[in-house]
Design a protein around this ligand. Structure first.
Ligand code: CA
Length: 235
């Protein structure tokens, strides 16, 4: 029986297609490929992959059209491959339902970390409830969702209610970039881009309390102009 994760790669550049296919196969994934948006959509409906890696610049249609088509009926995690350096494109792709993005040129370790992170956070167990319950642990960081407490190397870190909610939200979407507007909507219940400042102030306090020095990416990284991501130490 084949119980490998199925990944659909939609990419027209042959070099990248070959490189990513070989990389994923070596790491135990089954890879399906398509060179066009239309081909990708048809492969998607025939094989229902566990994850999609999607190039934005495709010959027949824009990759975001593929994304919209998939999102009509499926929540399958999608990683966008973007050669575009503009932050607006990344935000647009994330807001259209992409779970993550990788900017070309990218390294093998980076892509594999994104794939692992998404397959982990989209596992049926992670999808069950909206509110995280029980405990979450990554490296030295432990969150007790029920008691609303955070521990670092065994010592309790005192966070405000809002700070706790932000860390809980990021950890519930471990490995995934959450855009500023998504975080603001989830935490404060409204989308007001003026409150990015409020989010940044809270995030600065969280980082200070967790002992993360400026410029350091430990546990939480700021994807400049896009949002925040919680990740394992060293990823
Ligand atoms: Ca392309």
């Amino acid at each position: 029986m084949n119980n490998k994760y199925k990944i659909l790669l939609i990419e027209d550049e042959e070099n990248i297609r070959k490189f990513v296919t070989a990389l994923l196969e070596v790491h135990g994934y089954q890879v399906l490929t398509a060179k066009t948006a239309e081909g990708g959509i048809s492969m998607f409906s025939s094989y229902l992959p566990d994850l999609v890696i999607l190039d934005l610049g495709l010959p027949d249609k824009d990759g975001t059209e593929c994304l919209q088509e998939i999102r009509k009926s499926f929540t399958t995690p999608c990683i966008v491959l973007s050669a575009r350096s503009g932050e607006a494109d990344k935000v647009e792709a994330l807001d259209m339902g992409a779970n993550d993005y990788v900017t070309k040129p990218f390294g093998s370790a980076e892509l594999l970390a994104r794939v692992r992170g998404l397959l982990r956070t989209n596992s049926p167990r992670a999808k069950e409830g909206k509110l995280p319950e029980g405990k979450f642990e990554t490296g030295e960081l432990v969150m007790d969702y029920d008691a609303r407490k955070v521990f670092l190397s065994g010592a309790e870190i005192h966070l405000t209610q809002t700070e706790f909610n932000i860390v809980a939200l990021l950890s519930a979407h471990f490995g995934k970039v959450l855009t500023y507007s998504t975080i603001i909507r989830e935490i404060w219940g409204y989308s007001d881009m003026g409150s990015i400042k409020k989010l940044q102030v809270n995030m600065a306090n969280i980082r200070r309390k967790l002992g993360i020095k400026p410029g350091d990416d430990r546990f939480i990284s700021n994807e400049l102009g896009v949002g925040y991501r919680m990740h394992a130490d060293g990823e």
